[in-house]
Design a protein around this ligand. Structure first.
Ligand SMILES: NCCCC[C@H](NC(=O)CCN)C(=O)O
Length: 427
């Protein structure tokens, strides 16, 4: 074994040992987040718990609490690993927001645990070595509001990802996969303003905002038949009126519009907008269409990082899914997509010991179950090992960066040329 391979194996082993050693406190960390679910932008206890973890329970971290957002944080360590070479900055992202009514049904408590564990592992490995070809900075970014709003996008607008070389996070799922297709998404709130009146005595005096909401819902349901099979339109009526004998004067709907790529979003948005406005016209209501401040985009893939992660995962016993349907069908969306256009990174998915589906009560149970711990820590080890791969081999890091630049240029060109449809023959 050549010297570098021996060192790499030793460091990977060291990272894993450190993660195992911290297993109990990492479990407590994710349990505390899981047992007190908090919604997007309001993850105060989770924020404080993670800040305390890095500033009190662990040594050597510089912690910026309330970093860029009220419930975001940053913990940094380094540079370490020797006194030679450029500083390479590796970041692990923690999410920790929950869903209304069903708690941690997407397992973001485990995302926080993976991020913290991988950072501990990488720091320990780097600390032990003075022979690295680069100096290493380890960053943990606490990124709120993935389920609503897109905290990472807010943080990007504030330059929170500036200066990072590679970013890693991992998301709970039903299987291990280095990548699953996440779709682009833009959310919209539609408000109809009508006029109240006695619904039995003089209904002709009213303007029915609920009728507008129902027509809007039906227009979109009809539109669904004419859009691409992998586009998604789904929504709820948030306000539907207050009493049957009052003609509803105000209604409100919330819709999520999704397409596989960011370039297709404007098309679905303009089609949906016609549905919103025509419902207003038919009923005589006024309509307000408010698109969310942040648009989530698809993930820019990095094959080099994905391959390294898969190899490390396999070495740790992961069995990656080969189910073509899972590997090709779009799933949800993530604000990591936006990050992936700014910094090279990966967002693999990991099995948590249960077949339950995300966004169900069963998944909430699974995310808090002790059984998830083995898989969560194994994922953290695979991420730390992947970071070590690129840190010990500057040629690999360069390949990761070149691939990122090329993929971004290609996506930008497609967008500029108006080639929105990735499934078209021209692609
Ligand atoms: N509408 C705000 C964003 C919703 C993001 C959510 N994310 C997930 O389910 C996690 C999968 N990465 C979604 O897709 O609905």
């Amino acid at each position: 074994m050549c010297e570098r391979a021996g060192l790499l194996a030793e460091l990977k082993h060291g990272a894993g040992c450190r993660i195992d050693e911290a297993a109990e406190k990492l479990h407590r960390l994710s349990q505390d987040i899981w047992s007190c679910p908090e919604l997007a932008y309001d993850e105060r206890k989770a924020h404080d718990r993670l800040v305390a973890f890095f500033s009190q329970e662990e040594e050597g971290w510089k912690v910026d609490s309330h970093f860029k957002l009220d419930t975001a944080f940053r913990a940094t360590w380094g540079p370490g690993g020797g006194d030679e070479g450029d500083v390479v900055s590796v970041a692990f992202l923690c999410e920790y927001d929950a869903l209304p009514g069903i708690g941690h049904a997407c397992g973001h408590n485990l995302i926080a645990e993976v991020g913290a564990a991988a950072a501990l592992g990488l720091k320990a490995a780097v600390e032990k070595s003075s022979k690295l070809p680069v100096r290493v900075q380890v960053t943990v970014l606490g990124t709120p509001a993935e389920e609503d709003g897109g905290g990472k996008i807010d943080m990007m607008k504030e330059d929170a990802f500036k200066g990072l070389d590679v970013v890693f996070m991992a998301h709970p799922s039903q299987e291990d996969a280095p990548y699953l297709p996440c779709v682009a998404e833009h959310d919209v709130t539609v408000k109809y303003h009508g006029k109240a009146s006695h619904a039995s005595a003089y209904p002709w005096e009213g303007i029915n905002a609920l009728d507008a909401a129902v027509l809007c819902y039906n227009n979109l349901s009809v539109l669904r038949q004419q859009i691409k099979p992998d586009w998604r339109i789904h929504g709820i009526i948030k306000h539907g009126g207050v009493k049957p004998n009052i003609i509803p004067a105000y209604t409100e709907l919330e819709y999520y519009l999704r397409t596989p790529s960011r370039g297709e979003l404007p098309v679905i948005k303009s089609k949906a907008e016609m549905c919103f406005r025509s419902a207003a016209m038919a009923t005589g209501c006024e309509v307000e269409v408010e698109f969310a401040k942040n648009m989530f985009v698809n993930i820019l893939r990095n094959a080099t990082l994905e391959e390294l992660y898969e190899k490390n995962g396999k070495d740790l016993g992961m069995e990656f899914t080969t189910d073509e349907e899972v590997l090709t069908n779009g799933s949800g969306s993530t604000d990591f997509g936006n990050v992936s256009f700014a910094v090279p990174g990966i967002h693999p998915y990991f099995y948590i010991g249960s077949d339950a589906l995300n966004h169900t009560e069963e998944y909430t149970v699974a995310a808090g179950d002790e059984k998830a711990q083995f898989y969560t820590l194994r994922t953290a080890k695979a991420l730390a090992m992947t970071a070590l791969d690129v840190l010990l081999r500057p040629d690999l890091l360069q390949r990761v960066k070149d691939e990122f630049t090329e993929a971004k240029l290609k996506e930008d060109r497609l967008l500029k040329d108006g080639q929105t449809d990735r499934t078209s023959k021209n692609k």
